[in-house]
Design a protein around this ligand. Structure first.
Ligand code: PBG
Length: 324
């Protein structure tokens, strides 16, 4: 190829139309998933102190919230329950009348076209706050898988559109796929929190779910130092049958998005987590950044790195900004 030492990159940046023409990545409200928190035992929405604009809603308001989210152009939600019926193993999650099942039914009834995803874990339903059954000071993997199967079956029976296990147990996708397929729910997809790190960026989420959790999740979530292992976990989940893979948190782990993108043909999600939201909000409220520009740039960085979809507390704002 002839060398063109004076090649001008700026030729394609000259006009807005030209820039639009050559833009490599695009962001749409279709790409967004909005997390919704429902808390038992409250009658008014409670704002999460470290996350201005994010609320825990009473169950009686969920239908209204789902309608509002849909009206704002966001078509997928992921449900988190804040339970008052906690026990050592999180049994409320596999009760047909439990909070998880009720939230799914209420959300689907409110807006049947809304894509309703359940966060399938135990930490908001156990009295100790761990993501499963505890034995010898650690989460016991296989008994937790058995409970997760019961939980996911109940979620499917309640009408959930997608299962999203976030507990980082080994073998969780195979276990869930088996119980769904054996019970007539072979059509229900699983979005795995496949590459999830033990991260300080979840701090405000613990606040959001009123967690009194004081321990560490380092025996089940990934060490932030480990990129190869993190890729292997997503590849393992793909082999077990995950329909969608995920990286969590987002900005500090763009390398993982790129690595998984290069190694898998599955759709890839990123979770823009509570700490990331809280940092931007705090900086915006202090007047030191342009919130809209920072958030849209962040969303585009996720897409460029390889994400197809983004779970974000900013989903409603982003949908609004894109529609302006
Ligand atoms: C629980 C769960 C967590 C988040 C989603 N599901 C927290 C954790 O693992 O401690 C974090 C979400 C966020 O920080 O926005 N399995």
């Amino acid at each position: 190829m002839p060398v063109t030492p004076d090649f001008r990159f700026r030729r394609l940046r000259k006009s807005a139309v030209m820039r639009d023409l050559v833009r490599e990545n695009h962001l749409s409200a279709d790409d967004l998933i909005y997390p919704v928190f429902v808390q038992e035992g409250i009658s008014e929405p409670v704002e999460v102190s470290s996350m201005p604009g994010v609320f825990r809603y009473p169950e009686a308001q969920l239908a209204q919230v789902v309608g509002d989210v849909w009206a704002k152009g966001v078509k997928s939600i992921i449900l988190f329950g804040v339970s008052e019926h906690k026990d050592a193993c999180g049994s409320d999650t596999w009760s047909a009348d439990g909070l998880m099942a009720r939230m799914i039914k209420t959300a689907k009834a409110a807006e049947p076209n809304m894509l309703v995803i359940s966060d399938n874990c135990f930490c908001e339903y156990t009295d100790h706050g761990h993501c499963g059954v505890v034995a010898n000071d650690d989460v016991d993997n296989d008994p937790t898988l058995a409970n997760l199967q019961k939980q996911c079956l109940v979620a499917a029976q309640a009408g959930v559109d997608m299962i999203a296990p976030s507990g980082m147990m080994d073998g969780m996708i195979a276990a869930i796929r088996e119980v769904l397929d054996d019970n007539g729910y072979g059509h229900v997809p699983v979005m795995s929190y496949s590459t999830k790190f033990a991260s300080a960026f979840y701090g405000p989420f613990r606040d959001a779910v009123d967690s009194n959790f004081k321990g560490t999740r380092e025996t089940y979530q990934l060490d932030p130092a480990n990129g190869r292992q993190a890729l292997a976990e997503s590849m393992q989940d793909e082999l077990e049958g995950a329909d969608i893979l995920m990286v969590k948190p987002g900005l500090a782990y763009l390398d993982m998005l790129a690595a998984i993108r290069a190694n898998s043909e599955r759709p890839l999600a990123v979770y823009h987590v509570s700490g990331e939201y809280a940092m931007v909000k705090a900086a915006a409220n202090a007047g030191v950044i342009d919130e809209k520009a920072i958030v849209l740039e962040t969303m585009m960085a996720f897409k460029r790195a390889g994400a197809d979809l983004v779970i974000t507390y900013y989903a409603l704002d982003v949908a609004g900004w894109l529609a302006e």
